[in-house]
Design a protein around this ligand. Sequence first.
Ligand code: ADP
Ligand code: MG
Length: 249
Amino acid sequence: MGILEVKNVNKRFGGLQALGDVNLSVAENSCHAIIGPNGAGKSTLLNVLIGKLIPDTGSVMFQGQSVLGRKPYEINQMGISRVFQTPEIFGDLSVLENMMIPIFARRDGVFRMHAYENSVNEAEIVDQAETMLEHLGLAEQRHAHSASMSRGNKRRLEIGMCLAQEPRLLLLDEPTAGMARADTNNTIDLLKQIKDERDITIAIIEHDMHVVFSLAERITVLAQGSPLVEDTPENIKGHPKVREAYLGE
Ligand code: ADP
Ligand code: MG
């Protein structure tokens, strides 16, 4: 049994079968990549996992509990945290202030943050946020305006903000999209470090094969809404069906 079990998930948009009988099992503490050509259904699947879409049929179990019908914030509280394709940091706040947000939220729920401000020992939150920034290699920039950071460092901060929620499963949607090679390699290194240091499961949707082959232990190839093959990176490379789906051979 994987930490995440997707069984026979189907999702239609009108006449279009976006997901057809998707089965996926993600092993605990592994890094599992989902790849596939444009329109394969990757984002639709991710949206099902985080509660933004409800499938027509099938089940999604996380740590033995169904996520279907739960609100995105409830799924987040179950231990699933998602890094979005576009940066989700607050550009007007400093790096440190951004890092403090999920730490506040974890303690008392984001909606009660304001009420909490007066009673909590803010120094303690600052302390935890600074420790996290040190870990991310962003300590020197803690008082910088977040908007002024490089794309790679914004992504680094954002991944750190997700980690501060202490998720069991980290979902990443093309985390290196639009990045220069150096920033991409930095992001790969950070994710490798996270894998090594934490008990965490990572599921990553990614176009960039360099990223996929650097990180993933298992790869599921989606094509036209259904899993085509699932295997190790070694076996996926050069797999005739994968070449066909990607290159039209
Ligand atoms: P991928 O992320 O792999 O590129 P998507 O999951 O975004 O693919 O899309 C899968 C298919 O479903 C595509 O043909 C897309 O046009 C269609 N699709 C996605 N979302 C919607 C929607 N909300 N309404 C109608 N069609 C959609
Ligand atoms: Mg997509």
